[in-house]
Design a protein. Sequence first.
Length: 91
Amino acid sequence: MHAAYLVQMLDTALNMVGPDIELLTEIMLELGAKHVRYGVKADMFPVMGEAIIIALRSSLKDGFTEPVEEAWKETFDALSTDMIKGMAGAR
């Protein structure tokens, strides 16, 4: 269930990059604050990021080029940074 929600969240976030970046930032901050209640810790994000990279590499195979990997890492880093800020503000 959470995996499906994560994929949906990533899809929504990617569609908001650019014209709706301020709204996306606000959403990620709120999502981070919400995750405090679930017991999520900041040090869990790198593990999740690596799991996403592994899943994408497995799914995309030859389509998972170095530029694609770097773009995903940069995107996940930006999203998780905002969530971690939201978590810190909720404590």
